[in-house]
Design a protein around this ligand. Structure first.
Ligand SMILES: Nc1ncnc2c1ncn2[C@@H]1O[C@H](COP(=O)(O)OP(=O)(O)OP(=O)(O)O)[C@@H](O)[C@H]1O
Ligand SMILES: [Mg+2]
Length: 242
């Protein structure tokens, strides 16, 4: 790969004495859509935080567009947790959070910021909810608002840590439709529990389990969607053969 956009070399990181990420290396080209899978506790969220520059590796290097993170090129959609229902902030105000990095020294959002935020909300199908209180949204809607916030920062790279439990099938379908639309416009790294659902869209799948393994697309098994990772992947269990 010529000049990868993200280059990770020999990363080792842990919170305590034991390493969570054990000598991780991979690279990602511009415009690629990467699916990230792996068992609970395997280190997926940790890896995203290292890429964002929120956690410093014990050893190894991360480069994003040739420089160490943090960088304005990236936007992050965290897992949605139960929010304070009474917290008085509207959906549009949450999305405008993505424009903070562009705020002038006057500290006032410009017309352009509002337009970009509104457009991002429309892009995720929630244009009509601008004035609604964020705390009243369903978890699937709240997640889409956080995607709109990320998009309104006009990133080159979108990192998405998908929740595994708080969304229903309809919300999940809406999420994957948005990702399919964004493909080729951005470089996307998406932690997902349902890799089979987006297999047609991803360029590469990384399995994070202490180490990071690249899994050939033809070896993705539908068992992976229910958390049953097995070695070696594929064989008689290849997609469509179970
Ligand atoms: N802040 C922290 N302090 C100490 N240990 C942590 C911290 N965050 C995560 N860990 C530990 O690091 C390991 C990897 O956690 P991580 O959240 O990256 O896994 P994950 O692959 O995202 O899991 P899940 O699928 O459940 O989201 C786990 O053993 C977890 O307990
Ligand atoms: Mg996680």
């Amino acid at each position: 790969m010529k000049n990868p956009l993200i280059e990770v070399q020999n990363i080792v990181f842990g919170y305590n004495k034991e390493a969570v990420l054990k000598n991780v290396s991979f690279s990602i080209g511009e415009g690629q859509f990467i699916g990230i899978i792996g068992p609970n506790g395997g280190g997926k969220s940790t890896l995203l935080k290292v890429l964002l520059g929120l956690l410093n590796p014990w050893s190894g290097t991360v480069k994003v567009d040739g420089k160490p993170p943090p960088t304005n090129l990236m936007a992050y959609v965290p897992q949605v947790f139960a929010s304070d229902k009474a917290f008085p902030i509207t959906v549009l105000e949450v999305v405008l959070g993505g424009r903070l990095r562009y705020l002038s020294s006057w500290g006032i959002f410009q017309k352009e910021d509002i337009e970009i935020a509104t457009q991002a909300l429309t892009q995720v199908g929630l244009g009509s909810l601008q004035k609604q209180s964020f705390g009243t949204l369903s978890s699937g809607q709240a997640q889409r608002v956080l995607i709109a916030r990320a998009l309104s920062s006009q990133p080159k790279i979108l990192l998405l840590d998908e929740p595994t439990s708080s969304t229903d099938l309809e919300a999940e379908n809406a999420l994957y439709d948005i990702m399919a639309q964004l493909k080729n416009k951005l470089t996307i790294l998406m932690v997902t529990h349902n890799i089979a659902r987006i297999l047609d869209h991803v360029d590469q799948v990384l399995c994070v389990e202490g180490i990071v393994t690249k899994i050939p697309l033809e070896d993705i098994c539908e068992h992976f969607s229910i958390g049953l990772y097995h070695e070696p992947p594929g064989g008689a269990h290849k997609k469509g053969k179970i």
